[in-house]
Design a protein around this ligand. Structure first.
Ligand code: TR5
Length: 143
């Protein structure tokens, strides 16, 4: 059963320049800031939570609505490029949950889903996550 919950909203800038860090980041399977968000050691604004998925507001929103959806157990899934057959269920669940959260957030006119992968994809946190961005007109192609 999904539990909708709202937690803390005041989050200090743990890493001010995430994208600069991304350029320096080495892809690895080490624990990330998201482990501390899952354990609630670091506060975040949770908008959806069940036993497998956590969704919380991005600290650097790229639109009026910007939510990250992550698996609670990483299981080697640092990024999409590391996906194995055993991850099919959680990958589907992340996308389906993104749809539920989009509805919950009132994004009835559409939204953008992004999964950054690796240095060239500008990934900065190596714990797979789906960006759900909405509330404004998107452009194409992306930057
Ligand atoms: O660049 P990628 O695709 O890896 O996305 C990582 C996302 O994590 C970025 O959009 C960041 O803004 C976001 N992020 C980073 C931190 C953070 C966060 N979102 C919520 N809360 C956060 N805390 C507390 N700390 C971060 N370092």
């Amino acid at each position: 059963v999904a539990i909708l919950s709202s937690h803390f909203s005041s989050v200090s800038a743990v890493m001010a320049s995430e994208k600069e860090a991304a350029l320096a980041a080495t892809p690895s399977d080490s624990p990330t800031i998201f482990d501390k968000i899952i354990s609630k050691e670091i506060p975040s604004t949770v908008v959806y939570e069940d036993d497998k998925v956590l969704a919380f507001r991005d600290i650097t929103p790229q639109g009026p609505i910007h939510i990250l959806l992550i698996p609670k157990v990483k299981d080697g899934l640092t990024g999409l490029s590391k996906a194995e057959e055993r991850h099919i269920d959680i990958l589907g669940r992340l996308l389906y949950t993104a749809k539920l959260v989009a509805k919950q957030e009132g994004l009835d006119d559409g939204f953008r889903i992004v999964i950054n992968d690796g240095p060239q994809g500008c990934q900065s946190v190596y714990h797979i996550h789906v960006h759900l961005i909405g509330g404004r007109q998107m452009n194409w192609p992306p930057g």
